[in-house]
Design a protein around this ligand. Sequence first.
Ligand SMILES: [Cu+2]
Length: 356
Amino acid sequence: MLEQLTRRQMIGGLAVAGPLAALGLSACGGGGGDAAVAAASTAAMDAHGATPVVDHGPVVAPRDPHVTFPAAAPPRSTTKVHKIEMEVDEHLLEIAEDRTMLAWCFAMKGEKGTLPGPVIRVTEGDRIDFTLHNTGTLPHSMDFHAAKISWSRHYGPVAPGESASFSFVARVPGVFMYHCGVPPVLLHIGQGQYGTIIVDPADESLLPPAQEFVIVQTDVYPGMNGATSDFAALQRADPELVVFNGYANQYTGDAAIRIRKNRVVRVFVQNAGPNRWSAFHVIGALFDRVYAEGIYPENLTRGCQTLNLSPSQGAVVEFTVDEDGSYPFVSHDFHDHAKGAFGLFTTNGEGTGGAG
Ligand SMILES: [Cu+2]
């Protein structure tokens, strides 16, 4: 399988050269469910639409079965210095039922790459010592939106087989994107090189214990049978799929996200784009508290129905439900909802989600 995947990586790497060259661009420039939940999920899907089925022909490359991306947020950090080493893992991933894409994932060193990349959680004032090992086949880089450091000194391309390091102190609390910045950035983010870093406020009273989740929205433009993304579609901002945490309609059926009624649900929401805006909305709920961008008291909004996020923006939303049942979460841009930006919170079954 390794040989096949390696060959596929090569095919994917070569496949991009044609269309990019034609455009004058360079790729190298720079919890267990129950019947009630399943029924509720199906009913909600029927009511709110599902991803249209598109025939892309036979899948020609081997792939691992889809593993639900854990929506539960990692716990608050307990260390002041974080040594983070990431690699580039190029492999075929499922992004919807019977649909795959060749992803250029950021992965923690030695781990399998996922979409989105690993969720990092630190606290305001923590230092991050970061190293990128470019184990991919093209130059890549890393750009942390949580950092205030020089682009020209730290965010340059790292050649295949090379490593590069930089450090920064996370001085601003919030929900921030990280991504590759090698031109064309549109392609590298579109190919899966994105993730989220949560910077908790040093003042823990701003984010008291709650059931905590991470939802990252992206628009996806997969190529045919594992080739690199459809760059023309990326340029038109015309995605085939719009997904939460890397997979269309992921948190439905047995994978619906369990919450408890009368307990605060906190969602760290990120719109990684690369192109579409996000209109995050939970049907049947109002956001009692929203921190759009920096987590400071002056950024607090109450009584919010829909969170408006441009590509790259992140926010914290909190809500409670006082009635048992299922509560769909969508992009209220229903063009995108119909392409897979849909999931379910549910109080049915045991609460297995975030702590609190
Ligand atoms: Cu890259």
